[in-house]
Design a protein around this ligand. Structure first.
Ligand code: PAZ
Length: 375
């Protein structure tokens, strides 16, 4: 696709896919946040997190989802905050959030950490107090200093409208703006003109009750009396004969617009998720060459908490790995195969390695851009 064609596809996408209702409100919040931190000469990072959905109906009951709990994004946001960045956290609604993520899973449910003290007051169990205090202090400091802005999205359309708006607002930050795109973004969607208005039915009940050429706005009494539709009926009188065939269009590739138009001076980091280790680095490199941005962080679904690969222009591929019981042994230098994925989660969070390495590249990006300005 030529540059003009991809611009046309992008314009058509934004013209035909309505923005989320909160877009103007979110943009106003983002603008105030960016202005405040730019005035303090602070670096700002946009972290995207969680999966986008593809609705199958306008009144959405069914949707296609993308894999992501939001762990990468929420954890990364915490490390960016520790490194002094102000964070705009564009996340899938109800996915994991920085700080609260530590206590929002059933494995570490907040209620299990509380008890009733002798005065009938709710208190934290003494054994858990220290680790909660640590998270609480960081959380309260981020809130007190307005260092974290939470903006939720749900659908792929919401995400793209929000991404474009925030990226454009970050453009004046120049090279000190960082875009860290960890969200799992749908590659395919159903365009509005092909979306069913109401819940897709598994029978022809609607067509039978309201035949297309019938002038009557009310259901045929005869059919209503004779045929009832029951989803749970093992032998329904209305046969469930409809197959659902979903025809999806490709989502236009927005990374190019981001790099060339929306935030052209900022540093752009994208993530690449694969399940086949043989193609991960190749796909990461291809993405870098195609979009000409600054870093692709490659990860495999099964080992993403243990190792990632940095693929950057003009640099050797660099694997980052958390400490593993027994070390990496012979596997040093070679990515884990999916069947070698260790059980459970590592003790160290890999984001503790990723964020300092990204920040270092960001330093180099800013220095390069300052040098170019001087010449
Ligand atoms: O949110 P999570 O920790 O469960 O997963 C993170 C991830 C695998 C979605 C992320 O690291 C990633 O690779 N994002 C980009 C996905 C993509 O290729 O579209």
């Amino acid at each position: 696709m030529s540059a003009t064609e991809s611009l046309q596809a992008e314009d058509a996408y934004f013209a035909t896919n309505p923005p989320p209702k909160q877009l103007a409100a979110h943009a106003a919040l983002a603008e105030a946040f960016i202005t405040q931190h730019a005035a303090a000469n602070r670096r700002v990072v946009l972290v995207t997190s969680g999966g986008t959905t593809v609705p199958l109906e306008k009144n959405t009951v069914r949707f296609i989802d993308n894999f992501s709990a939001g762990t990468r994004g929420a954890t990364s946001a915490e490390y960016f905050l520790s490194a002094g960045y102000a964070v705009i956290f564009l996340h899938r609604q109800f996915s994991l959030l920085p700080y609260s993520r530590h206590y929002s899973h059933s494995t570490d449910c907040l209620l299990d950490l509380l008890h009733e003290d002798a005065d009938g007051r709710v208190a934290v169990r003494p054994d858990d107090s220290d680790r909660i205090l640590d998270v609480l202090r960081k959380y309260q400091s981020a809130r007190r200093n307005n260092m974290l802005l939470l903006l939720p999205f749900v659908t792929i359309g919401d995400y793209l409208h929000e991404l474009r708006a925030v990226a454009r607002l970050m453009a004046p930050l120049g090279s000190s703006g960082l875009l860290y795109l960890a969200a799992a973004v749908s590659d395919f969607f159903v365009p509005p003109e092909r979306l069913s208005e109401h819940k897709i039915q598994s029978t022809n009940i609607v067509e039978k009750l309201y035949p297309k050429n019938s002038s009557s706005p009310s259901p045929s009494p005869q059919i209503e009396d004779e045929e009832t539709f029951d989803n749970f009926d093992a032998s329904p009188r209305v046969p469930r004969s409809k197959r659902l065939i979903i025809d999806l269009d490709p989502v236009p590739k927005f990374l190019k617009s981001l790099v060339e138009g929306w935030a052209p001076l900022g540093m752009i980091v994208s993530f690449k998720l694969e399940t086949d280790p043989r193609i991960l680095v190749h796909k990461a490199r291809y993405s870098l060459e195609r979009y000409q941005h600054h870093l692709v962080v490659g990860n495999l679904l099964s080992t993403r908490k243990w190792e990632v690969v940095f693929v950057a222009p003009g640099r050797e591929d660099r694997w980052l790995r958390v400490a593993r019981h027994g070390g990496w042994g012979d596997a040093e230098g070679r990515p884990l195969r999916p069947d070698e994925a260790p059980e459970g989660d590592p003790e160290e969070e890999i984001e503790a390695l990723i964020i300092p390495a990204v920040a270092e590249l960001h330093d180099a990006h800013i220095a390069k851009s300052n040098n170019a300005e001087k010449q």
